[in-house]
Design a protein around this ligand. Structure first.
Ligand SMILES: CSCCC(=O)C(=O)COP(=O)(O)O
Ligand code: MG
Length: 251
């Protein structure tokens, strides 16, 4: 239900990135094109480095899994053929896959972009002041994104509003589980050391909200420009906000 203002009593706030703290446009129109445009050069120039070989091992494991699962359109990797590696990565990117292997590599490419001063993380204007207010009230703040923990720390460490990392008490990515699985939110609550009922999850994706709700978390849907539209039924099912300024903590 869209409301002018909402309150929350949960002591732990779990935040999605794309569509929630950060525009979908930043990920779709800046970040992902950046990865695609720099992929060939990145693979070529990092091929013999230990880190990339470790990234490649994860990609090969994921590829074997995809072949075993008859993943539609899977591009096989032949490690003696750099182009097959590049084509597999592009296939995953074009399918908007969220595999830990792809997101791990993307995080390393994000780091190269920050080091080259070519990437700065988009964060909506209302986010930083709201997070600071919630923190002052003793709330613990966490990120849960399909983007790797490394990419998360780069986005908020080098954001439009400078370094925001001191606001966060922890970061989670899909190594705890996919965002559409209730068990992922149980894993996160267990790691934090709280009950899922003491977690408020903010996300733009209804299937993620349903999974978190099934795990016992409170959920609020983020409505931002470019986000997928909610059905009338979904608007009735979930609390919604257009800005973090609409949300106030109560103890
Ligand atoms: C950490 S910036 C990269 C975001 C990303 O790769 C992604 O897929 C965002 O997904 P989210 O779960 O944050 O909506
Ligand atoms: Mg999202």
């Amino acid at each position: 239900m869209a409301a002018e203002s909402l309150t929350f009593s949960q002591n732990h706030v779990l935040l999605d990135i794309e569509g929630t703290t950060t525009s979908i446009s930043f990920v779709k129109d800046v970040l992902f094109p950046y990865y695609r445009e720099n992929l060939n050069h990145y693979v070529d120039s990092h091929w013999n480095e230990l880190e990339f070989q470790s990234d490649l091992a994860l990609l090969k494991d994921q590829c074997a899994l995809d072949i075993a699962n008859n993943e539609p359109g899977v591009v096989p990797i032949d490690e003696s053929n750099k182009n097959s590696v590049i084509q597999n990565i592009l296939w995953q990117m074009n399918s908007n896959r969220k595999t830990p292997a792809l997101k791990n590599l993307e995080g390393h490419m994000y780091r190269s972009g920050v080091e080259a001063n070519e990437l700065k993380g988009h964060v909506y204007d209302d986010v930083k002041p709201a997070l600071a207010r919630w923190k002052e009230k003793g709330k613990k703040l966490f990120i849960y994104s399909s983007g790797s923990v490394e990419a998360q720390k780069l986005l908020f460490g080098y954001s439009d509003f400078g370094n925001m990392l001191d606001l966060f008490d922890g970061h989670f990515d899909t190594t705890v589980g996919l965002k559409v699985e209730p068990s992922s939110y149980e894993n996160i609550a267990r790691t934090i050391g709280c009950s899922p009922s003491d977690v408020l999850f903010l996300t733009d994706v209804v299937k993620e909200a349903e999974a978190a709700s099934k795990a016992g978390c409170r959920v609020i849907i983020s409505i931002r420009p470019g986000n997928a539209l909610l059905t009338e039924e979904e608007k009735l099912k979930f609390d919604c906000i257009q800005s973090f300024s609409q949300l106030s903590p109560i103890s």
